[in-house]
Design a protein around this ligand. Sequence first.
Ligand code: SF4
Length: 384
Amino acid sequence: MPKLIQAEDVVTNFYTYEGVVKALNKVGLVVDHGATFGLVGESGCGKSVMVRSMMRIVQEPGQIEGGKVVLFFNGDQQQEAVDLLQQSEAYMEDLRGNHISMIFQEPNAALNPIMSIGDQISESFLFHRKKEMSKKILEDLSADDCRVFLPLKKLQQTLYTIAADNPKSFILIICSKIPILSLWQRRLKREALQRSIDIIRKLSISNPSETVHRYPHNLSGGMKQRIVIAIALACHPMLLIADEATSNLDVTIQAQILELLKDLKKTEIASILLITHDLGIVAETCDRVGVMYAGNLCEVADVEKLFQNPQHPYTKALLESVPKFSQEGRLRSIDGAVPNLVSPPSGCRFHPRCSHAMEICKQTFPEEIEIEENHMVACHLYVK
Ligand code: SF4
């Protein structure tokens, strides 16, 4: 499968009063076109920092200090590749929510409590699809020859022609500030609302034309997460990043949301990058999986391979700590605690907790090697 996005050697640090938190230590991953990639690991291992670094939304005092995040717009043909870490903020603003969207764990934090659902979904269309919608409105205006007063129609046509050419035009910004002239946007808002209703309908939410006029407090937790997904999907992104998107939902709603994401991937999105600490979700929904520990990627493999034949000592320990139907006796846990990333262990960051640790593990950081086709491990137990 062609690559969709490839992160290489990403380094992100947080400059806190306690010291520099080395949150990502040269982490790389590849999400293929059409695939669902699961990123797993304990809380605080750097999963969310990784995707936030890829989207360039790391908050202060965090800083992305190295690496590449290459997005392939047309398969992995190099001429279509763009390194996101080298682009301007204006470029990233246009990309986020348009080509790459993200949904978060807490829908209440993602939704604005004083805006209607319709207005919140419409924002995405008005920000990213103004050009396309203006062209459609121009066609409608040409076909509609009796309902609009002629001079007003001419003015509307002029403004929509400008919007279809350059939606960020200075003239449009001025017109939007003058109350009487700002009315030109009414058709645009109506079109965005209609598109919002259509996307809500695709997400199997009942009564979409009524739901768009509701507010977040009128909806249940599962419904709110569906609305967050609707906002993320509004512009048909190539990549949907779901950061613990189902963690706060009860298990039945969680299953519905995961099923919904699976269905949507067939029609609305190219690929999904799923961040979770739940190995069951990964087993059910992902094609490939990466395991993170203390700011490093330990192992990457196809999901069946990783569950049936894990190679990295941390992956093995993680899988052994998950309860199974056939479980007898006490559940095994990983000895020790997650290290403080202000002063992480030297060499392999897992060495203080690893039962296979050798002298080299304390001194040298293990490079990632391919032990079999599409199965990467970063551990000194394996040699090239
Ligand atoms: Fe264990 Fe050494 Fe492998 Fe790290 S590199 S996981 S310490 S064996």
